[in-house]
Design a protein around this ligand. Structure first.
Ligand SMILES: C[S@@+](CC[C@H](N)C(=O)[O-])C[C@H]1O[C@@H](n2cnc3c(N)ncnc32)[C@H](O)[C@@H]1O
Length: 268
């Protein structure tokens, strides 16, 4: 992975947030904006971040959040172009399921997994909504850089809990909120945004818009607890081995503060 792709993963950082426009939290407007972005620009603009990576500098191979997935049913929330499903399919998961708001992303996943000879069940829907995913069914639900797009975190976590069997595992990664507040400028770290500000905003990328909000870490933790999860592990550190020889501003920043977080939680 070159420096440019490292950066694209977390391209919406504090610098971009500084130029953002405030928007109302209007669920259907946000879904329209974001599904249009993922249908038309998607990974070309933002890059792909997929297993074995959870973020630019965190890897499943080092962290081992998943145990042996053979004979396990797995569900990806916001499956994007299907690379993570391919990874778990190659590790012999017994059933692969994915869901995504974007029809084009679902098409990409279908194409990728068909080419690999892997069978997958895919659903096109916002993660916040009822969409026919079976309940009390999965051993693992996971999401790599997609959960933060939800307009309703508590509802999304409750839905994910309902899909899992008792003791089922939920693993997700997202941009660390402190990365969204601090920019690197002239080799200095500068606070550009208030950590407590969870309001919605729109950013322009590659001529198209995306709408999002930056939630505090406690918002994720409390929403997990409310949905009936217990946290087993959380990672904020960048992996030294992946960081070695990376000298971009983004990598310099990642040496000073977390750019990604990963949480592993168990359904009680
Ligand atoms: C950064 S990608 C991550 C996916 C995958 N890891 C990848 O890199 O291809 C985010 C994905 O979340 C999907 N997404 C955005 N908002 C969503 C929502 N409300 N419900 C379900 N999926 C959503 C997008 O369509 C996109 O495929």
């Amino acid at each position: 992975m070159d420096n440019k792709s490292d950066y694209r993963t977390n391209i919406i950082g504090a610098g971009e947030v500084g130029c953002a426009i405030s928007v109302d939290m209007d669920k259907s407007a946000i879904h329209n904006t974001n599904s249009f972005f993922w249908d038309t620009k998607g990974n070309d603009a933002l890059g792909t971040i997929a297993l074995p990576l959870y973020g630019a500098f965190v890897s499943e191979e080092k962290c081992q959040f998943f145990d042996d997935v053979s004979r396990k049913k797995v569900l990806e929330i916001g499956c994007g172009s299907g690379q993570s499903l391919q990874y778990l399919g190659e590790h012999k998961a017994s059933e692969l399921w994915g869901m995504d708001i974007s029809e084009k992303q679902i098409e990409k996943t279908t194409r990728r997994l068909t080419e690999c000879g892997l069978s997958v069940k895919l659903i096109c829907s916002p993660m916040e909504e009822e969409c026919g995913i079976p309940e009390n069914y999965f051993d693992y639900a996971y999401s790599v850089y997609a959960i933060g797009w939800t307009t309703d975190l508590e509802c999304t976590f409750c839905r994910i809990a309902s899909y899992l069997k008792k003791d089922g595992i939920f693993i997700f990664s997202w941009s660390h909120p402190i990365h969204k507040c601090v920019a690197i400028e002239n080799n200095m770290l500068a606070f550009k945004k208030c950590y407590f500000d969870e309001s919605w905003y729109s950013v322009s990328l590659d001529g198209s818009a995306l709408s999002l909000s930056d939630r505090k870490l406690s918002t994720y933790v409390n929403a997990l607890a409310k949905a009936g999860f217990i946290i087993e592990q959380m990672i904020e550190e960048s992996d030294d081995d992946i960081m070695r020889n990376k000298n971009s501003d983004f990598a310099k920043k990642a040496k000073m503060l977390p750019v990604t977080f990963v949480i592993k939680a168990r359904k009680l």
